[in-house]
Unconditional design. Structure first.
Length: 460
């Protein structure tokens, strides 16, 4: 972590249950919170684990039937049903812990030993600049190659992941709970930088976190949990599901389409990994329950639930339909990448480029950082970014739709991820609009006149 006086971001850290506003490190204030402030964080600590539990159980044991789940609640009661389902998974198992530990250690080693250039993230409100080793593509390819080689020669059996999946999620859940306690204490008493504070409300601080960029023995916590544990685990889970289906009933075209599209999307992510580490989520979200539990437990269950469902419930699409889904999904992922790359290129050349064959329409803004310095930035109003301020969310949602839709009408549960992502991205667009309005002021007002729609032209 480097420190500089060139602070870059000051704004509202807003999320579900979060109402903390960054004021800059030069004014280290202990914020005072009432009991009401902790109410929504407490709900978000209690409810998502139940969603994960029943989503997993219904997908594997109830054929994705919501009515069967309601019948269980009616006959046995919600509390007793929850306890009965959760107990076998709560502490994980020896097999689950071996899988989780070996995978985590493997990825930690790759972060350290694989070559890569060091890249700086954006300055924090306190003037700290996070530094990352950009070896995500190397780690991704090495991880997948290692997985395939070990599977081919019989050193590992991917079916074990599916067979012990509930226990693995239990181990990850316990890991996340303990890690959040550790990170809460670390942020309070042994922070890695000056981007650390606490509100005095234990529940809120546990939920949101006390430190923005924690590091442990040189490893950046968010880089590891978000990219190397969660995003790297996503394709491995997909391959385990596909292997399990192939081993039991043969690989279906629906599983092939679903897994192939997600692998393409994840591959695109690792080529853009450093862009993600400069995103608003990383710049604003602290390492608390919201982030750590989300990537350790919510992501593996929700983001792969559609493919998990297909293991025992294959749909046979036929070549024309499978080809159409695959082709449209690839097109959606490409458009999402194109939009992101368009803005990245625009920023790299300071607006001195052409977009769609024309000089870009842009606004050069001025804003005041947390330490009182005047800075400038560029807002792009051409190309995809002239259609809507977050038009790139449209192809991202379409891509998700096309890797969920191979489940057809077998159940509503495979579409849970798409529904969640829609809510998440629309909510994020509103959050970002608020942050940018506070940061850029009159310049953002002018930008909204040029690009009046958040995501969908003439709709939203």
């Amino acid at each position: 972590m480097k420190n500089t006086k060139n602070g870059d971001i000051s704004g509202v850290m807003a999320s579900l249950g979060c109402a903390e506003q960054e004021k800059g490190a030069e004014k280290k204030k202990q914020l005072s919170y009432t009991n009401t402030t902790a109410f929504f964080p407490l709900l978000l600590i209690m409810i998502p684990p139940l969603i994960v539990l029943y989503l997993l159980y219904a997908s594997v044991y109830l054929n994705g039937s919501l009515s069967a789940m309601l019948e269980l609640w009616a006959s046995q009661g919600f509390v007793s049903t929850t306890v009965k389902i959760a107990l076998p998974y709560l502490l994980g198992s020896w097999t689950a812990w071996k899988i989780v530990a070996s995978y985590a250690i493997f990825e930690l080693i790759l972060m350290r030993v694989l070559p890569g250039r060091y890249k700086e993230g954006p300055p924090s409100p306190a003037g700290n600049v996070p530094v990352y080793k950009a070896n995500g593509v190397q780690a991704y390819l090495f991880t997948l190659a290692t997985f395939c080689i070990l599977t081919y020669f019989g050193f590992i059996n991917p079916s074990l992941v599916y067979d012990h999946y509930g226990e693995i999620i239990g181990a990850l859940n316990l890991t996340a709970v303990i890690s959040c306690c550790f990170l809460y204490l670390k942020g309070r008493y042994y922070p890695s930088s000056t981007d650390a504070s606490h509100s005095g409300n234990l529940i809120f601080d546990y939920y949101w976190g006390t430190e923005l960029y924690p590091r442990i023995l040189g490893w950046d916590v968010k880089h590891f949990t978000n990219c190397r544990l969660a995003m790297m685990g996503w394709p491995l889970l997909l391959l385990c599901y596909a292997y399990k289906q192939h081993e039991t009933i043969g690989l279906s075209d629906s599983m092939f389409v679903s897994v192939a599209l997600q692998l393409i999307y994840i591959t695109k992510f690792f080529f853009w990994e450093m862009g993600y580490m400069r995103s608003l989520d990383i710049m604003h979200d602290r390492s608390g329950w919201y982030l750590i539990w989300g990537v350790c437990v919510w992501l593996p269950v929700v983001y792969t639930g559609h493919s998990l469902f297909l293991v025992a419930h294959p749909q046979y699409l036929g070549l024309p339909l499978a080809s159409a889904m695959l082709g449209l999904g690839i097109l959606s992922i490409f458009l999402n990448y194109w939009a992101d790359r368009q803005r990245e290129m625009f920023r790299e050349c300071d607006g001195q480029c052409t977009i769609w064959g024309r000089k870009p329409v842009m606004i050069r803004t001025k804003y005041i950082t947390a330490d009182g310095q005047e800075k400038s930035s560029l807002l792009l109003a051409s190309g995809w970014w002239g259609i809507a301020r977050h038009f790139h969310y449209v192809p991202e949602l379409l891509g998700a739709w096309f890797w969920c839709v191979p489940a057809l009408t077998a159940s509503i549960l495979p579409y849970f991820y798409f529904i969640f992502l829609t809510i998440l991205l629309f909510h994020r667009a509103i959050r970002d609009d608020l942050r940018c309005s506070i940061k850029y002021g009159k310049y953002w007002d002018a930008y909204r006149k040029l690009v009046p729609y958040k995501i969908i032209p003439y709709v939203f």
